[in-house]
Ligand binder design. Structure first.
Ligand SMILES: *[C@@H]1O[C@H](CO)[C@@H](O)[C@H](O)[C@H]1NC(C)=O
Ligand SMILES: *[C@@H]1O[C@H](CO)[C@@H](O)[C@H](O)[C@H]1NC(C)=O
Ligand SMILES: *[C@@H]1O[C@H](CO)[C@@H](O)[C@H](O)[C@H]1NC(C)=O
Ligand SMILES: *[C@@H]1O[C@H](CO)[C@@H](O)[C@H](O)[C@H]1NC(C)=O
Length: 184
């Protein structure tokens, strides 16, 4: 019947209208444009690592590139600081009882991590002053510090996992930093 047909149509449109106004847009997933954080993770060397790290921060889902920069450089900064403290403790406990080569390499790592922390705090200061053009290089420098530390052990690194964490975190920083280099 024509009347019930148009009535059904009206109810349909009214329902759509109500849904549009009442439902927060975040409740409707947009499959065509995933969150920036997820898009970034797709461009990193390890998607699952990146997702776990970035989404540990509650700001990640709604973050634009600026907020996301704070999230990822902050993660790397805290991670490097934590590992640096760990290296200090390890060095004290090894004093005198460890393989001298491991001891030497660990001392070098202490310097590498101090360098990484310095670089990361420079990146965070750059973000504060909205200076974005050096971020790609800073992210690369941090990754290199972790590689340098790892290389010093000639394959016998006792902190391989921690170096891998910083390498992968700085790779995320790198991908986010690249978002500022795209010319528009
Ligand atoms: C991911 O990489 C592609 C190809 O290099 C680039 O065009 C795109 O902007 C990048 N997207 C993000 C979110 O990093
Ligand atoms: C990626 O990260 C996950 C966990 O974070 C780890 O188990 C896996 O080994 C990593 N893959 C590569 C290729 O590094
Ligand atoms: C360092 O990064 C790894 C990988 O994301 C994480 O499991 C670990 O909890 C982090 N440590 C700190 C202190 O952030
Ligand atoms: C590293 O961080 C973990 C928690 O993420 C903490 O339990 C641990 O004490 C920290 N280690 C150092 C050496 O700071």
């Amino acid at each position: 019947m024509a009347i019930s047909g148009s009535l059904r149509l009206s109810i349909f449109f009214i329902s759509c209208l109500i849904a549009t106004f009442l439902c927060p847009s975040s409740a409707i997933p947009d499959v065509n444009s995933p969150e920036l954080a997820t898009q970034v993770c797709k461009n990193t060397t390890n998607f699952s690592f990146c997702q776990a790290a970035v989404y540990s921060d509650p700001r990640a889902p709604k973050a634009d590139r600026y907020l996301l920069s704070y999230v990822v450089f902050g993660l790397a900064y805290r991670n490097a600081t934590n590992t640096s403290n760990y290296i200090d403790i390890l060095l004290k406990s090894m004093n005198g009882h460890a393989d001298p080569e491991i001891m030497e390499a660990m001392k070098k790592c202490q310097g590498d991590y101090m360098e990484a922390i310095k670089t990361l705090s420079e990146a965070l200061t750059d973000l504060d002053s909205e200076t974005f053009d050096g971020l790609v290089e800073l992210a690369t420098d941090v990754e290199n510090s972790a590689h340098d530390c790892e290389a010093g052990f000639n394959g016998k690194s006792p902190i391989s996992e921690k170096n891998q964490n910083l390498i992968q975190l700085s790779n995320i920083c790198y991908v986010v930093s690249e978002l500022y280099t795209v010319s528009e």
